[in-house]
Design a protein around this ligand. Structure first.
Ligand SMILES: CC(C)(COP(=O)(O)OP(=O)(O)OC[C@H]1O[C@@H](n2cnc3c(N)ncnc32)[C@H](O)[C@@H]1OP(=O)(O)O)[C@@H](O)C(=O)NCCC(=O)NCCS
Length: 155
């Protein structure tokens, strides 16, 4: 069988609508938080894109929070491409990006702890995260009742 051509790259402005559509598709089912096109543009430089055979099939972002802390956000693989190992490729890429930046710890707030456990993340108490992390939450539809699970990876 011919192996698919898999490529990770930084996001471009032309990816913005795809990112918004993919994330909001999952947000409709309550597994991600919704994102506006304005938020995508503001955060675009944090995003990486996964391409398979020249077609975009996934996205994920790494945000620098502090000297020793990064956050993985908006990780999504197109529904037709789930469970083929692409989520793992995306997370490994974002962790490598964090390592190159010399970030020591990366956390995620997620509804899929099982997936992140497989990626080597461990559950932590939200109280371990600095106050700065919660500044974005004011814009979240679930604020102040955050039901996401906090998990962390040490590099
Ligand atoms: C979660 C998501 C990114 C996983 O991507 P994926 O390409 O399906 O995952 P992979 O195929 O790389 O799976 C890697 C491992 O995690 C496991 N896994 C995948 N999704 C899982 C889930 N929801 N729960 C538990 N384990 C999961 C796989 O079985 C696989 O395990 P294995 O290595 O033992 O075989 C993808 O399903 C998705 O986009 N979900 C909707 C959006 C979302 O919830 N994003 C997370 C936001 S923080």
């Amino acid at each position: 069988m011919v192996q698919p051509d898999i490529k990770m790259r930084k996001a471009r402005v032309t990816d913005s609508n795809y990112i918004k559509k993919l994330v909001n598709q999952y947000a409709e089912n309550g597994v991600m938080l919704p994102i506006s096109i304005n938020m995508v543009y503001e955060r675009l430089r944090n995003f990486s894109i996964l391409e398979k055979d020249g077609k975009v099939i996934g996205c994920g972002a790494l945000k620098i929070v502090w000297k020793d802390l990064g956050e993985i956000r908006s990780v999504a693989i197109a529904p037709s491409q789930n469970k083929k190992g692409y989520g793992r490729i995306l997370i490994n890429h974002l962790l490598e990006e964090a390592e190159k930046l010399e970030i020591k710890k990366v956390f995620v707030l997620t509804y899929v702890p099982g997936f992140f456990e497989k990626m080597g993340f461990s559950r932590i108490s939200k109280s371990k995260l600095p106050h700065k992390v919660w500044t974005d939450c004011i814009n979240c539809p679930k604020f102040p009742r955050c039901d996401e699970i906090a998990m962390q990876f040490e590099l």
